[in-house]
Write a protein that binds this ligand. Structure first.
Ligand code: SAM
Length: 219
């Protein structure tokens, strides 16, 4: 039986990859990538020529990869950025592999949520990673209520065009909250905005928000 390696890759800066990750990407029989275009760029930067196939969560493709693992092939799964399995299609494949008794190994590296937490200045001794929140207002409010009840730092992934609406929901339901917005981490336009929810909303409303963002909240 082959090994499934969950290999963390950069979230922006191509230098953010471990020596072990590069070796594994070189040595495996196949790399299953969420975004082959992005992964190809990374591989060519490091002169790696391992065969690449696309995997973005489809069950049929997961079955094909499990079959290859069962036939002794070593496979690396990589997501578009960061750690596979964290709010991306890595999870269904990893779950299936675990169920089939396949050896799954983590090759650690960047994860946007952790990068954002450490620069936020918010408490790091207890935090909740909640990924992308539900879109519907009722479900969103319910989820936020559950998260704030835990009295921990809450980490959310969000799209830049929904960030103001999400923060307005937070303000409407929970009043004063400390907010940190981590944008384009490890990239040229990296920015971290910290402050009360009112301050952050005023800043965000006065500018166009571009790129990848994370919201961190602490009540
Ligand atoms: N698996 C990835 C990880 O380990 O971080 C996360 C994948 S998830 C589909 C993508 C989300 O991660 C984006 O919408 C954004 O919220 C966050 N993200 C990824 N890269 C980022 C970056 N460089 N700066 C800020 N947020 C980022």
């Amino acid at each position: 039986m082959g090994i499934l390696y969950a290999v963390a890759t950069p979230i922006g800066n191509l230098e953010d990859i471990t020596l072990r990750a590069l070796r594994i990407l070189k040595e495996v029989d196949l790399i299953a990538a969420e975004d082959t275009r992005k992964t190809r760029k990374l591989l060519s930067y490091y002169d790696i020529h391992t065969p690449l196939t696309s995997y973005y969560g489809r069950e049929k493709k997961a079955d094909y990869l499990i079959d290859a693992l069962n036939r002794g092939k070593n496979i690396a799964i990589v997501s578009e950025a960061g750690t596979p399995g964290i709010s991306d299609p890595g999870y269904p494949l990893i779950k299936k592999a675990v169920e089939k008794g396949i050896n799954v190994q983590s090759i650690p590296g960047p994860c946007a949520a952790v990068c954002a937490l450490v620069v936020s200045g918010l408490p790091t001794d207890g935090f909740i990673f909640a990924g992308f929140l539900p879109r519907k207002k009722g479900k969103l409010t319910k989820r936020l209520k559950e998260l704030f009840n835990l009295e921990k730092t809450v980490i959310l992934y969000e799209s830049p065009n929904r960030i103001v609406a999400t923060l307005e929901m937070v303000k409407e339901n929970f009043g004063e909250v400390n907010v940190v917005i981590a944008r384009e981490l490890t990239k040229k336009f990296e920015e971290v905005i910290r402050g009360s929810i009112d301050r952050v909303l005023t800043l965000l409303k006065g500018s166009e928000i571009k790129g990848e963002v994370i919201i961190l909240l602490h009540k």
